[in-house]
Design a protein around this ligand. Structure first.
Ligand code: GDP
Length: 195
């Protein structure tokens, strides 16, 4: 995944706007501020590819990126944005549900979890949705540089315990830091393996 190989394709606000399902795809999900834009930018080596999605106006958009010869990268907007109007949240949840349940080419979801916070109730909700949609998901811990090794281990233990209750969860957890570059090669290899 090099910068030159990743292109923004489109932002989608409804199911009928989805690009043709002519290749595999992987999606990235996570709470607002989890570090999703930073991770996608670091992964692809591009600055500002995934713009900050922290504003309510952008909470409904699913952003598609193409990779050369590989899967679509799909940036699902951050959830759990406290100040989003209820109508916006409901519309977004509907689209998210329809997308996860109805996208046959969706091969894996990467669910981002902040290493400082661990799995929160909103993360559990999306994981349950993924279980029901039979979409294999893998937890990617973000901002690992913000904790000591012992702190990371503590969160990892909590995450493992919670994942055990999710049938769609892939057992391997990826620790990352966009800031330090930690885990990026692992993630790139996982994505390449899907394409
Ligand atoms: P998003 O809302 O999930 O797209 O989150 P952003 O990528 O905008 O990141 C939210 C905040 O966390 C920003 O202030 C980032 O600079 C910070 N951040 C993101 N990734 C890292 C990381 O790996 N390490 C550290 N220390 N901070 C990070």
């Amino acid at each position: 995944l090099f910068a030159a190989e990743v292109e923004f394709l489109k932002g989608v606000v409804a199911m009928d706007g989805l690009p043709p399902d002519d290749r595999p795809e992987v999606c990235f999900a996570g709470r607002s501020n989890v570090g999703k834009s930073s991770l996608i930018n670091a992964l692809t080596g591009r600055r500002q590819l995934a713009r900050a999605s922290n504003t309510p106006g952008r909470t409904q958009e699913i952003n598609f990126f193409t990779t050369r010869g590989g899967p679509y990268l799909v940036d699902l907007p951050g959830y759990g944005y406290a100040n989003a109007p209820l109508g916006v949240v409901e519309k977004w949840q509907r689209l998210l549900k329809d997308y996860l349940a109805g996208r046959a080419t969706l091969r894996r979801a990467f669910v981002l979890v902040d290493t400082r916070h661990g799995i929160k109730p909103v993360d559990e909700e999306i994981m349950t949705l993924l279980d029901r949609s039979a979409v294999t998901f893998q937890v990617v811990m973000t901002k690992a540089d913000k904790l000591t090794a012992a702190g990371c281990d503590k969160t990892l233990a909590q995450v493992r315990e919670k994942l055990a209750r999710h049938p769609a969860a892939y057992p391997e957890i990826v620790m990352t830091s966009s800031e330090k570059g930690q885990g990026l090669e692992t993630l790139r290899a996982l994505i390449a393996g899907i394409g």
